[in-house]
Design a binder for this molecule. Structure first.
Ligand code: NAD
Ligand code: LMR
Length: 332
């Protein structure tokens, strides 16, 4: 074990939930940070008795896997303690939507969780912590956490839109009869809501542009709505919101952020620094590349008028969400 790296601390909230059950075992197995990176898991759950009991069972199973990389496993009720010196924080714990709800209907219910957790990260996490917000509505929740953590850099925070990218790539691969790995430069811009803009204007298959291989009617009438409404379709089919695919996308997001994307494009929702006219501080899905633990939107893309209009619809929607939660944002 001499070649092993020093363990890193990974905090996960909502570990007793359905995403937690798909996520923790993959983090502990090395799927997120690599086969040479030991991890210490720090789990934050609510005190409520059913969640506590499920968490106990999940921790017993984690132990029973005897993962060689799992060097620590502890449960907390206090976010300041759970996040102490955390290098990574996956904020999953929040209410999921029920049938008939949009993700935005969860705004009020979940906002206070992200105020408390933003403050706690500010108080005790590593100054380099990488935070991924999964709990919905994830863009606005990430913005709330970021604003409540003024001593951490804004770009330490992100929200999960990799699931939307993965969904888009899977649909495209099926249509084109190619492997998902052959596809690159698919982007999903904006908000993790039905307004999101799944975009293939820069996409390639085996390095060749896809433009010309797909008809406009399929893109407009099938691809874009299928990707945008996939969360609702899964909820209708399963009677519960997506879990294993969300956990898998969270693993992809963190792995590529930590270990680097190379030339590939990843969709991550990150706080805007004004890119593509998106107001500063808005947590927005962009095509990004990552290097040395830093994620940056791909620069200088020639955006069509049609895509610009879709980006603007997402900006308007996120501005309305921000207005609805302004009571949860620090005044200054
Ligand atoms: P779940 O109800 O199965 O689990 C949520 C867990 O979080 C529960 O164990 C609950 O006790 C815990 N929890 C609630 N409040 C907490 C708090 N303050 N601190 C710590 N733990 C807390 O839900 P799930 O299906 O695992 O989904 C979790 C969230 O992820 C939901 O908001 C859902 O909408 C969202 N989600 C996002 C995406 C995405 O792509 N961004 C995809 C799927 C689900
Ligand atoms: C999803 O996209 O599957 C999640 O955000 C869950 C949901 O409520 O749609």
């Amino acid at each position: 074990m001499d070649t092993m790296k020093k363990p890193v601390r990974v905090a996960v909230t909502g570990p007793a939930g359905q995403i937690g059950y798909s996520l923790l075992f993959r983090i502990a197995s090395g799927a997120m940070l690599g086969a040479d990176q030991p991890v210490e898991l720090r789990l934050l759950e609510r005190a409520e008795s059913a969640s506590s009991a499920r968490l106990t069972g999940t921790m017993m199973e984690l132990e029973d896997c005897a993962f060689p990389l799992l060097e620590g496993l502890s449960a907390f009720r206090d976010p300041v303690e759970a996040f102490r010196d955390a290098d990574y924080a996956l904020l999953v714990g929040a209410r999921p939507r029920a049938p008939g709800m949009e993700r935005a209907d969860l705004l009020e219910a979940n906002a206070r969780i992200f105020v408390e957790q933003g403050r706690a990260l500010n108080a005790s996490a590593s100054r380099d912590v990488k935070v991924l917000v999964v709990g919905n509505p994830c863009n606005t929740n990430a913005m709330i956490a970021m604003k409540n953590a003024p001593e951490l850099a804004a770009r330490n925070f992100s929200a999960l839109m990799r699931l939307d990218q993965n969904r888009a790539e899977a649909q495209l691969a099926k249509k084109l009869g190619c492997r998902v790995a052959d596809i690159d430069r698919v982007a999903v811009w904006g908000n993790h809501s039905p307004t999101m803009a799944a975009d293939v204007s820069f996409a390639t298959v085996k390095g060749e542009p896809v433009a010309g291989k797909l008809d406009a009617a399929w893109l407009h009438d099938e691809f874009e709505p299928v990707v945008a409404k996939r969360g609702g379709a899964i909820l209708a089919a399963r009677g519960a919101s997506s879990a294993a695919s969300a956990a898998s996308a969270a693993i992809d997001h963190m792995r590529d952020w930590a270990l680097g994307s190379g030339e590939r494009w990843l969709t991550m929702a990150v706080p805007s620094e004004g890119e593509y006219g998106v107001p500063e501080g808005m947590v927005f899905g962009f095509p990004c590349r990552t290097e040395g633990g830093v994620a940056r939107p791909v620069a200088d893309l020639a955006i069509s008028e049609a895509l610009r209009a879709r980006i603007e619809r997402n900006v308007a929607e996120l501005a309305l969400e921000a207005e609805a939660v302004k009571a949860f944002l620090p005044k200054h």
